[in-house]
Design a protein around this ligand. Structure first.
Ligand SMILES: [Mn+2]
Length: 325
């Protein structure tokens, strides 16, 4: 991964275990020393799932690349009194893998992989993998003690360039382009979308018509003439969140220049500081954040995409820790 190669291919061509641990470098998040024995306070769950990618590929290598890049992320965050891990026990779990030959088989195996970690003991941070992992994640989350099988009490906060509200994409109902729609189908009670700027008319109409969906479009947040009012409205909404919340952070919600190797980078997105403010405000709210995923990570030779994903993931953990201290 040290960029000296002139080869045009990316890390995706590296032969590996198939479980995502095919890149050199530390295999624990932030390069921390970890104990093999629990209990743990934070668990990082790599889900290198890639099945329905529609354009750029490589998300199956994203989690391992983000973990490798995380070794270059500073452990100091001014919102914490100590450096990470702040005396807490982190655990980077063995990556999800599946031999299932069908899409539904793979999704079922993601659900079974995640379920034991969603027991309320450790704070789970899932690294993806394409956004199509959201529906099985939500199904696994329904067993969380804070929900007790009732997803109607759950609000998903979705940072994303895309609405992911299509009913199907290229004929497939379980796709990265339908992830939020399937989560609603599963019974999720609320969906707060942030940074959306690429969607079809059906999705816009669905978002406007469905009471469970609140969409903060990127243009309303970042317009040079009146974006500030939209941004303030978003922060006020985040401050008012309560009850169980899951944060799903598609890194293409960041401006495309920051994540050029994600499957579908889009201009006009969040700055790094915008993402930081959203995350910090979310964890400072009354909401009970059950966990988070950072998805659609795909590595590039310039390492920018995986490093920015690692920065976002680290910020989420720092904000979580700050909220419980
Ligand atoms: Mn998405």
């Amino acid at each position: 991964m040290d960029g000296g190669s002139e080869a045009g291919s990316d890390a995706g061509s590296t032969p590996g275990s198939g479980l995502g641990n095919d890149l050199a470098g530390p295999s624990t998040f932030l390069g921390l020393e970890e104990s093999d024995d629990g209990p743990w306070d934070v668990v990082v769950l790599p889900v290198p799932y890639e099945m329905t990618t529609s354009w750029g590929e490589g998300t199956e290598h994203g989690p391992a690349a983000a973990i490798e890049a995380s070794s270059q992320v500073e452990l100091y965050d001014p919102i914490l009194d100590e450096e990470l891990p702040c005396g807490l026990a982190f655990h980077t779990a063995e990556a999800w893998g599946s031999d299932a030959g069908t899409l539904l088989g793979q999704l079922e195996s993601i659900r079974e992989y995640l379920k034991p970690w969603f027991d309320g003991a450790a704070f789970p941070l899932v690294l993806g993998g394409e956004h199509g992992l959201l529906p099985p994640l939500v199904e696994a989350l329904s067993g969380h003690p804070a929900l007790a099988g009732d997803l109607s009490g759950l609000t998903i906060v979705q940072v994303d360039a895309h609405a992911d509200l299509r009913d199907s994409l290229n004929g497939e109902r379980f796709s990265h382009g339908t992830a939020a729609r399937r989560a609603l189908d599963a019974g999720v009670g609320g969906l707060v979308q942030i940074g959306i700027r690429a969607l079809c008319r059906d999705e816009a109409e669905f978002a406007a018509a469905d009471d469970r969906v609140e969409t903060f479009y990127a243009r309303d947040l970042f317009s040079p003439s009146d974006g500030q009012a939209g941004w303030e409205a978003l922060l006020a909404r985040i401050d008012n969140l309560s009850g169980p919340v899951w944060l799903t952070f598609d890194i293409d919600g960041l401006d495309g220049a920051l994540v050029p190797d994600t499957g579908t980078p889009v201009p006009g997105g969040l700055t790094h500081w915008g993402a930081v403010e959203i995350i910090e405000r979310l964890f400072a709210s009354e909401a009970n954040i059950l966990g988070a995923d950072v998805n659609e990570i795909a590595p590039g030779e310039d390492r920018l995409t995986q490093f920015n994903a690692a920065l976002i993931a680290t910020k989420i953990l720092a904000a979580h820790i700050a909220s419980r201290l």
